[in-house]
Design a protein around this ligand. Sequence first.
Ligand code: 13P
Ligand code: SF4
Length: 336
Amino acid sequence: MIEQLDDRVAEMEVSVFEATSQPSARQRVLPDEEWLLHQPLIEEIQRLKVERKAVVLAHNYQTPEIFHGVADVTGDSLALARLAAQSEAEVILMCGVHFMAETAKILSPERTVLIPDLSAGCSLAESITAADVRLLRQRYPDAPVVTYVNTSAEVKAESDICCTSSNAVEVVKSLDAQRVLFLPDRYLGHWVAGQTSKELILWQGACEVHERFSAAQVRGLREGATSLQVLAHPECPPDVLAEADYVGSTSAMINHLKRSRPQRVVLITECSMSDNVALELPEIEFVRPCNLCPHMKRITLEKIRDALVHMHHEVQVDPELGKRARRAVERMLAIG
Ligand code: 13P
Ligand code: SF4
């Protein structure tokens, strides 16, 4: 199972690490003493994964002991959605936030999808409801609705098509209409609008992690470190993106680093990204401002172990609602 998934992920150019990375490589992200503390839980989880026929998917923002210690596959939200659709494992354990687990359930309704902590939410997903989307449709009846995957199943079910930060520009360009409702991240929407000739109607949602970065902070980082490459996630405010050398999703940033191999870099995104990428790219020096996503950080090794022992917290999506939401997600997956 793990091998099959790894092959698919390799094709998709996302980062994949063996469930147990080589100790010498692991030391680059956490000191030996910490790995020793984590080792008993890591071993227990590895054993439970086999027993439960479970695959562990982890987002790029998970902590190193999860990302390098127990994940079978890792990636951005687009890659995780694809993998969830393709997975043949009986159990999918999502180390990420609730909308990611829900997307996995929408795409694989026949599988058991677990999340180690049900309260791992997202400020974007919380910013909009299905009723909001219905009202917007009444107001703009000719505008197709594109929703970021960082939304609930109910909101996806009201949408024409989903997108992630990896494919948002492509998704918007693929639509026939000139005017598009783009929900709910206003900063991602602003960035997408700058790359298409379409008129985007935006919602006022924002990511609580990325909106905390400021342009002054980025300029300060540049002053403090010579020849610093700045890579930023498109959930950041426009003045922050204007300071960046490259803007892209978490996986796009990783691919950019692999191609350009800068000497010194700062990733304007969630804190754990640098730790996770550093293992694969040891020659790059990472300057690390640290904005943590409190929701992603609810997932811990202890909770992963408990989820597999008790087979809790199962994510459920009403089958009828799931079918409607699935149309929007599959339409996105067909595009790229
Ligand atoms: P990516 O799609 O770049 O992984 O980012 C999604 C995100 O913000 C998860 O919080
Ligand atoms: Fe949501 Fe932002 Fe956390 Fe991603 S980083 S899960 S967008 S709050």
